[in-house]
Design a protein around this ligand. Structure first.
Ligand code: GZL
Ligand code: ZN
Length: 306
């Protein structure tokens, strides 16, 4: 249309196309790169003009990116908060600028839920519970199961919630104990380094619970370097189900993977269109995801999109 854009109206380009500012966490894992590809492709298909930034897993960079989108007066801001805390100030600035915000993937701990229109992402506590339930079912009769835990980024919702869910699922099983737990920051190198340390400090490790595939793959490198057989001497449970993880699962180096679906691009663009049109949207939108055993991985590997 020819009329002046309303406050928060789209910047640049065709004035009918929605302009979205997306502040991504970084490119720390296979999951993250698949998530980015999904968002960029969905924007293309939906005719959304996407301003995209990579914060290299640093909160100050994400906040800076959000501020630049406010300056540009984009129609809608979306982001995956690298950690849960510290967002209220910049989200209040977006609210004052009348630019709606959509949370994707990770959550914020803001008490004021008028600071964002909706949160689209997985239920990370459920993911942790699925991992713990598999371990309980598959260690019946074992007297002492020692677990080492590779946590995700300190303070990140998936790290906090996957830990909580796993612990609640194993709580009543008297034979399972988390003997060590440390962050590997969701990266392969982080998982390898922490696992090397655990192999030095822990006399008997039976299971690795890694909050994502990438840290699990790093742990496999450390386990093999120590002359042990991953998936047998030390069983491994991970979360994500990206291609590299599913390959290791089909090869028997990982024992169980809980899927965390990164392909939320289409749902995001649909929500953005509704939000910009001023329509009411659900405050919480879940993504669909499942779990995989070694047999199931072998069956679906060829069809995996990410
Ligand atoms: C989960 C996402 C996590 C992935 C990791 O939704 O935030 O961040 O599980 C990624 O692989 O680094
Ligand atoms: Zn043991």
């Amino acid at each position: 249309g020819g009329d002046a854009p309303a406050a928060g109206g789209g910047a640049g380009g065709d004035d009918d196309a929605i302009v979205m500012g997306f502040a991504q966490v970084g490119a720390e894992s296979g999951w993250r790169t698949a998530n980015t590809a999904s968002i960029q492709q969905a924007a293309e298909e939906a005719g959304v003009e996407l301003q995209f930034s990579d914060a290299q897993q640093r909160q100050e960079n994400q906040i800076q990116a959000i501020r630049s989108y406010i300056q540009q007066q984009v129609d809608v801001i979306a982001f995956s908060p690298v950690v849960e805390t510290g967002w209220d100030t910049v989200l209040q600035e977006a609210k004052r600028a009348q630019i709606p915000v959509i949370l994707t993937d990770r959550a914020v701990d803001s008490q004021d839920d008028t600071l964002y229109e909706t949160f689209l992402g997985s239920d990370f506590v459920l993911e942790g519970e699925k991992a713990g339930e598999w371990l309980v079912e598959n260690t019946q009769g074992e007297d002492q199961v020692n677990v080492v835990e590779l946590q995700g980024t300190t303070g990140a919702a998936p790290a906090i919630d996957r830990k909580e869910g796993f612990e609640s699922a194993i709580a009543d099983a008297g034979n399972i104990e988390i003997v060590a737990s440390q962050t590997g920051d969701f990266t392969r190198s982080g998982g390898r380094e922490v696992m090397e340390a655990f192999l030095q400090s822990q006399p008997d490790i039976d299971v690795v619970y890694a909050h994502n595939d990438d840290m699990g793959l790093g742990a496999i490198e450390a386990i093999e370097a120590a002359g042990k057989v991953p998936g047998q001497d030390i069983r491994i449970i991970t979360v994500d189900a990206v291609k590299d993880g599913m390959t290791a699962l089909s090869e028997g180096k990982i024992n169980f993977i809980v899927e965390c679906n990164p392909l939320l691009g289409d749902q995001l663009m649909e929500l953005a269109e509704q939000v910009v049109a001023g329509e009411e949207v659900e405050k919480r939108v879940l993504v669909e995801e499942s779990t995989f055993t070694q047999e199931q991985a072998a069956e679906v590997l060829a069809d995996r999109q990410y």
